[in-house]
Design a protein around this ligand. Structure first.
Ligand SMILES: CC(C)(COP(=O)(O)OP(=O)(O)OC[C@H]1O[C@@H](n2cnc3c(N)ncnc32)[C@H](O)[C@@H]1OP(=O)(O)O)[C@@H](O)C(=O)NCCC(=O)NCCS
Length: 224
């Protein structure tokens, strides 16, 4: 394999990235994938919806950078991708409630996801009110693991963080815990908001039971 790192510069690149993210978060299976994605429709429809959503979020936010790894020995296939948020200034805290717009309008899963994400953001708001970096996505296609692709994507952000002297934050899925520890991230505690409500529907109860705990991890800048 001949791996190359490049920054995403066009919205058309998100379709191949969506294929990678889909595969990566199904192996190992991420039990709360259905919260963060609209899982209705065919595989192709889901990929198109996912690609469009990531492209929109990327276009709307100058702090957001997408990096991809391609294999030049195999037709420049995209095999891994990462999304970094770089806040050189403290980001403004948003007072607007989160709305999981990717979920069907009026659905329980939309209400549940919005509330769940709102609780996570609310509990971390204070820590985020300063210049910092966030790893929002990091994934390597299961067929191309252990070739150093994620390493290259992570290294890109670690260098930015160290150059700017900023802390990196990530809400890691359980499968990512030991991975990030390997790179000097420290586990600051489990993130698992209480989703209890009065008189929950069966669907709400089902979503409540999904294992969706995350690890809040940080890495301070290192001096060279
Ligand atoms: C975690 C993940 C991104 C690693 O991708 P990868 O391209 O196979 O990783 P690399 O080949 O670059 O490995 C980088 C290093 O991390 C180590 N590593 C890889 N997976 C690891 C794990 N689960 N735990 C600890 N270390 C791990 C490798 O041994 C390697 O170490 P080295 O540099 O000392 O040789 C990939 O397994 C994945 O996509 N998982 C599903 C999604 C996910 O969990 N994302 C991260 C959390 S949000």
């Amino acid at each position: 394999m001949a791996l190359q790192l490049s920054e995403v510069i066009s919205e058309h690149e998100f379709t191949s990235i969506a294929h990678v993210l889909y595969a990566a978060f199904h192996e190992p299976f991420n039990p709360f994938y259905e919260l963060l994605n609209n899982t209705q429709g065919t595989y192709e429809e889901q990929i198109q919806a996912k690609a469009a959503r990531h492209a929109e979020a990327w276009k709307d936010d100058p702090a957001r950078h997408w990096l991809k790894i391609t294999d030049s020995s195999n037709n420049n296939e995209v095999i891994a991708a990462a999304s970094w948020l770089i806040y050189e200034e403290a980001p403004e805290s948003s007072k607007a409630p989160i709305d999981a717009q990717w979920q069907p309008e009026g659905s329980i899963i939309r209400e549940f996801t919005s509330r769940w994400l709102g609780a996570i953001v609310g509990s971390q708001q204070h820590a985020l009110q300063k210049p910092h970096l966030v790893i929002d996505q990091l994934a390597t296609h299961p067929s191309h693991r252990n070739s150093g692709a994620a390493n290259m994507l992570l290294q890109w952000g670690l260098e930015q963080a160290d150059r700017l002297g900023l802390e990196i934050m990530v809400n890691a899925v359980p499968a990512g815990l030991t991975y990030y520890q390997h790179f000097g991230f420290v586990d600051k505690g489990v993130v698992d908001p209480d989703m209890t409500i009065e008189e929950p529907s069966d669907e709400w109860k089902r979503l409540q039971k999904i294992d969706k705990h995350l690890y809040w991890m940080t890495r301070p800048p290192t001096c060279s």
